[in-house]
Design a protein around this ligand. Sequence first.
Ligand code: F6P
Length: 749
Amino acid sequence: MILNTLRLQFRFLLPLVLTLVAAAYLALPLMDKLTLRWSSRDLSLRGELVTRALTEPIAEALPEPMRQRTARLQALFNRAVQDERLFAMALCGSDDTIVHKSGTYPADLGCAQARSLSAQTLAQLPLASGAVHVGMHPVVVDGERVANLVLLHDLSFVERRSQDTQKYLIAFMAGLGLVISVITVVVAQLSWRGWVSGARALLRGEGLLSPLISTRGELAPLAADFRERLRDLEDSYRRSLDRDDHWGPERLRALLRSQLRGDELMVVSNREPYIHEQRGDGVVCKRPASGLVTAVEPVMRACSGTWIAHGGGSADRSVVDAHDRVMVPPGSNDYTLRRLWLSAEEEQGYYSGFSNEGLWPLCHVAHVRPVFRESDWVAYRAVNERFADAVVAEARSADPVVLVQDYHLALLPALIRQRLPRATILTFWHIPWPNPESFGICPWREELLQGLLGSTIVGFHTRYHCKNFMETVDRHLEARIEHEHSTITVNKQTTLIESYPISIAWPDEQERQRWPAIADCRDAVRRRLGLSEGHRLAVGVDRFDYTKGILERLHAVERLLEKYPQWVGQFSLIQVAAPSRSTLDEYQAFQQRIHQTTERLNTRFGLPGYLPVHLLAEHHEFEAVNELYRASDICLVTSLHDGMNLVCKEFVAARDDEQGVLVLSRFAGAAAELNEALIINPYHVEEGADTLHRALTMPEAEQRERMANLRTTVRDDNVYRWAGRMLTDAARWRLRERIEARMQRHNGA
Ligand code: F6P
């Protein structure tokens, strides 16, 4: 590695050294010329001074007779040329003849030649003894030039000076080169080490604790992306490892027996898996429209145990025993449903208020403003306490495995941890987790985070939501975050943050045998709606919720009929909208708007016997929904934001004919897995309309290819795998804790 850096540095240093040598080479003659010019100017000035000093004695000597004059000038010149720099001198008369000259004056240098030389820039004359500077200066007496004094200055000192300058320049360049090289080498070494150790720290998940710690800020975004990418790769690697193994109820049961040693399993959620309703004199049992129930219920059927949930059905009380328990599913009694009763005020504050007017819009980017009321928060806390009481009351051991579900129960994990410190608490957040800034507007953000971090594991659908959660904790709590292991430690409690994409139970052969044939479903649905045999259908199945993008879906249908009028009379959307949270203003306004838009569309494009949109705003049991899935050409899932969305997976599971097109919002968690769907931005109406047209005209072969791949994905990544992965992680965790406890006992003994 060092060799590599040196080679790298050499590549940089070589051109630097060459540049410095070239600079010195070019600079030297220039320096010479400049030195000479400056010296020549100095000597001219010096000559004027000398001339001024000699003017008076010369003026006195000139009128004297020849002999005295010569003697006086001789003495004067001899004294003058004793000066180290003055080599020779001569006095020229007004007729340009030499009146007198010193002994060193060159014999062949006349007055005229001296004048012309002195007029040149460098005024230089080469002699055998070395170059001299020639200067001719007027001797002026009473304003009249009486003679000219020619002064020859020795230039050898200029050469010495120039040689000195050259020496200094070369030494300076060499020094400069050396300093630059040393700085370069040091900085390059440090930077390289910084980068390498930064990257290694990243790979270890520690962040950029490099020697150049100051680079952390600049590289932080890169670090986060890098870390994310690594986690994604790790996730898909982990999934690909056990892809060949089929996950089903049997395997999940085996896992519970072997890895969790048959430990007690409890699920806690707000929504119950079965709702008993009074209908006339009788009681009917309904399955609620809830992704949570769709996913968790098969797991409970496979594993048994107790499910604690709010009993909200009108006949719920009438079917429970003295301990508020009832065995479900009706007929097979696989597990216990323990119902918890809430007063109207509790339900209002905890469920409608804090959960659905506060946390729901807070976590979904659907442009509805969250509402936080103190009274709702008080109710939320109190109801979470009540769920904790129920968990403690139902627990048969000190270390049950408790699966806490969703945003209604964010405080529950810490409350259970206080009372059952050895419990394994797996919390799954079924909706998206927003970024730290968005979450930061919640007045009780710290309490919610602390509540969740009472869990052993907090699970999300996607890594992106895990990342958001970890960043939120980092922003709002004092916590130790280990990215390498994806853990957060607060007050000695360590929580694993992991992504577990939720899914559905893949229908087994027996179940599929019970389904009516595709052709029968198509006929039945078309007959019911009074549509022709070849009429094309899209289906949407949602809770009647503003996050589901139902309005955007209607706009896409409207645009389709405008842009591709051949579909008017030939295509309809069946929109199932299960009533949901209808006591809330926001939901009422939204539901009203959907009814109005549907009416407008039906008026605009409807024909005798034809409606472009059939809005079925009522609860549908699974069989009815499944019939619609099997009868339709397209399934539309256009959520504005969704944790996962299981409707799309149910549609895929229903299409054992490998036909039908799934149109899926890119803002649903499922879009990350179901790549063969037609992925759209639901806000882009034009794209929605074009995609609908494309789906309606997609050849059967392409539909088959896409659907076959989608089915493989959903079948393999089914809900048993989801629960299996979580429980395997929990088992590993429990084992680790048991070993640690044993070691502590051993050390203490
Ligand atoms: O899947 C998200 C979720 O909020 C579940 O928690 C809930 O059961 C479901 O949607 C239906 O909502 P609600 O329970 O309010 O009817």
